[in-house]
Structure formats: structure tokens, C-alpha cells
Design a binder for this molecule. Structure first.
Ligand SMILES: Nc1ncnc2c1ncn2[C@@H]1O[C@H](COP(=O)(O)OP(=O)(O)OP(=O)(O)O)[C@@H](O)[C@H]1O
Length: 371
């Protein structure tokens, strides 16, 4: 005999919720999924009536479900928000051009205004051109840094008060694990925050912080939402891939592992003596930065001068080489972008680690980078 829905007890259960194991009918699953997100929104006081909220829309499953859910909750619970879709075109032929077509369809389906900003117009470089210059190894660093700033710039241009992204619980748990493994104290402290950037220009919120990826996929599947599911062609993303596989294995044994890791990350305290990056404004582009010159400007300068490694990770060696060359030519000058550790923060163990303003991610594509 078919099992009845564990919530309404009337309809037959047709699915088992990955997060709780509850057997539910479709309608009760939709309700539970949406109302949990509403609960998160209320608990974290994410929005205030009258705000304009830019939804980071990549066309992928997370941001498509986010746009759909934000619209549903805004209407159901009278949030009083003006919602807009904001997409960044990184200039990846055969990937982003296709996913943007999905966003354009979503614009019609959800009746929300859409704005697309591109790396080409903002930086004069597409990811295709960047990859031609630097290859596949570090391109995700460029992409993550530029995208973060591009979203900020686009949202500011639109007069938005906040940005929301589709980062989900799995993404955040992966990031906690990655930051633990790297000993990256600065990022470990902020990676579980549901809202970041409150000390910068635009707060950035993650309404899916406690939403499991499997449930997002299930929701999109049963609701027949129109989304794009191809992986970024430039994203080998090995390190995050290991963290992802590890979390998926844990989830199989104990589904609560994802939330437990997030809670562990939230509970960790950073010792007072650990130096954390301080926020300032980039002297060149005037966007938020933890250095005199922001990571995006350092990277752009490296690209424009044919020295793309200037902006990546531990840049001392490359910069020293450049300084030596300039000195040999008798034209040593201060390299724009500050001192030798521009773009780096000191972390607990005395190592340096690159920091993209306040949030640098390894790429995502479907590349699930969380800040
Ligand atoms: N090109 C983009 N334009 C606008 N927003 C983006 C873009 N890429 C990523 N985002 C935002 O950042 C979030 C996390 O992106 P990520 O690249 O990690 O992909 P993801 O986890 O597969 O998400 P999605 O399924 O929405 O693509 C997305 O959900 C979206 O809100």
C-alpha cells in the first residue's frame, strides 16, 4: 500500500526529503522547502520592506530556484521587496552565453527585470581572453574576483540595497572544510555568515544557507523549473571537488552532517591575537578592498602588462622578478598595487594567503565557490 504523506496524511508520499528523511507529497514538500527559507529570512532579518534586491542569476539550478522562491515568498509574505535579476557575463563561449539564454527565459517566466553586466565592458577582458593568456590553472581566481566585483558594480548601478546569491548549505559546508584544511582563519570566520559586506557598499545575503543542494535539485525537478546544468568549461576546481565529494560521502551516512559542519563553523572563535584584514577603499577603483589597491585592480594590471601572475596567490616571486628587471633597466618604480604583499593577508601560522577584498572564491561555474 502506498505510504501517506507524513505532513498532510491525505495524499500519497512521493518523495523522501534528503534533509529530514520525511516522506512527503509534492505540495507538502514545496511548502516545507519554501517556509524553511522564509524562516531563515526572518531569523536573520535579511530584508526590510521597500528594499531593492538584486538576485545574482547565473541560470544554474541554485539561482533559478532562488529567483523563483524569492518571488513566491515576496508575494506570499508581503516582504515588500523590489526584485531584479542581475547576471554577469564572464565571456565564456559555449557556457555563459548559453546559460544567459536561460536567464532571459526566466526573466519572462518570473516577470522580473533583468540586467546583464559583462567582464568585457567592465574590465576590457573576457574569460576566454584571460584563459588564452594564463591557461587553465589559475583562471578561477580571476573569475571569482572579477565576478564578485561585477555583481557589486551591477547592483550599485541598479540602485539595489542588497544582493542575494544561491549559495546553499552544501557550498557553505564545503567552504568550512576547505578553510579548515588550508588554515585560512580569515575566511573561516566569515564563510558561515549569512550576510557579508555589511561594512562595505552592498550587503550580500545567502537565503539558502541552510538549504540542501539535493532539495534544491528536487524542487527544481518537481516544479519543472527552467535551468541550465552544464559545468563551467574552465573549471577543473580540484580542491573544492575533493571537499565536495567528502561532504557527499558524509551526507550519505548522516544527512545532518552538512548542517553540523555549518554549525561547527559558526561556533569557531578566532583568537584575539590573530590579525584579520581591515576594510578600506581601493585607491584606484574606489571599491571595497582589504588593501590599498584591490585584488581586481592588481589582477587587471597584471593582465594589461602581460604579467598575469602578479595578481595570483603568492605573488612575491613574480613581483620581485619584475622589480629586478625594472631596476636593471634603471627604471624601478613602485609597482602600482602597493607593497610586495599587496593582495595578501597574514594568517595565523605566519603564511600569507591571497585575499580578494573581503571574499575571494575559487571559481564555481557550476563551480560551487562560496566566499
Ligand atoms: N554569472 C553570474 N551572474 C550572476 N550571479 C552569479 C553568476 N555566477 C554565480 N552567481 C551567483 O553566485 C551563486 C553561486 O554561484 P556558483 O558559481 O557557485 O554556482 P552554483 O552553486 O552552481 O549556482 P547556480 O546553480 O546558481 O549556478 C549563484 O547561485 C548565483 O547567485
Amino acid at each position: 500500500m502506498p505510504r501517506k504523506c507524513g505532513s498532510c496524511g491525505v495524499k500519497n508520499a512521493i518523495l523522501k526529503r534528503p534533509k529530514t528523511g520525511d516522506a512527503l507529497c509534492k505540495e507538502c514538500f514545496y511548502w516545507a522547502f519554501e517556509e524553511e527559507i522564509h524562516h531563515t529570512v526572518l531569523q536573520a532579518k535579511l530584508f526590510s520592506p521597500g528594499e531593492t534586491v538584486a538576485i545574482g542569476a547565473s541560470g544554474g539550478k541554485d539561482s533559478t530556484v532562488l529567483a523563483h522562491t524569492m518571488k513566491v515568498l515576496n508575494e506570499r509574505h508581503n516582504y515588500g521587496l523590489k526584485l531584479i535579476l542581475l547576471s554577469v557575463d564572464e565571456g565564456i563561449t559555449g557556457y555563459r552565453d548559453d546559460s544567459l539564454e536561460t536567464v532571459k527565459r526566466n526573466q519572462q517566466q518570473y516577470d522580473l527585470p533583468l540586467t546583464i553586466v559583462s567582464y568585457e565592458e567592465l574590465y576590457g577582458w573576457t574569460m576566454d581572453a584571460i584563459v588564452k593568456q594564463i591557461g587553465l590553472k589559475n583562471n578561477c581566481t580571476f573569475c571569482g574576483v572579477f565576478r564578485r566585483q561585477a555583481l557589486d558594480r551591477g547592483a550599485m548601478m541598479l540602485g539595489a540595497d542588497k544582493i542575494v546569491t544561491g549559495h546553499n548549505a552544501d557550498d557553505i559546508a564545503e567552504t568550512v572544510i576547505m578553510n579548515v584544511l588550508r588554515g585560512d582563519i580569515a575566511r573561516l570566520r566569515r564563510c558561515t555568515a549569512i550576510t557579508t559586506g555589511t561594512d562595505g557598499y552592498l550587503p550580500r545575503c545567502k537565503p539558502f544557507k541552510y538549504t540542501y543542494e539535493k532539495e534544491i535539485v528536487m524542487y527544481a525537478y518537481f516544479k519543472k523549473l527552467d535551468y541550465f546544468s552544464t559545468e563551467c568549461i574552465y573549471s577543473p576546481n580540484a580542491y573544492r571537488g575533493f571537499a565536495r565529494a567528502y561532504i557527499k560521502d558524509l551526507e550519505k551516512i548522516r544527512p545532518s552532517a552538512i548542517i553540523d559542519i555549518i554549525h561547527s563553523g559558526e561556533s569557531m572563535q578566532v583568537k584575539k591575537e590573530v590579525r584579520m584584514p581591515t576594510q578600506t577603499t581601493c585607491t584606484r577603483c574606489h571599491y571595497i578592498s582589504s588593501n590599498e589597491v584591490c585584488k581586481a585592480c592588481v589582477m587587471l594590471e597584471g593582465l594589461n602588462k602581460g604579467r598575469p601572475r602578479l595578481g595570483i596567490g603568492k605573488i612575491h616571486k613574480e613581483r620581485r622578478k619584475w622589480d629586478e628587471e625594472l631596476a636593471a633597466q634603471g627604471k624601478l618604480q613602485t609597482v602600482d598595487g602597493g607593497g610586495t604583499d599587496s593582495g595578501n593577508v597574514q594568517v595565523a601560522d605566519g603564511e600569507t594567503e591571497s585575499s580578494a577584498g573581503n571574499e575571494q572564491r575559487t571559481c564555481s561555474g557550476v563551480c560551487s565557490g562560496v566566499c
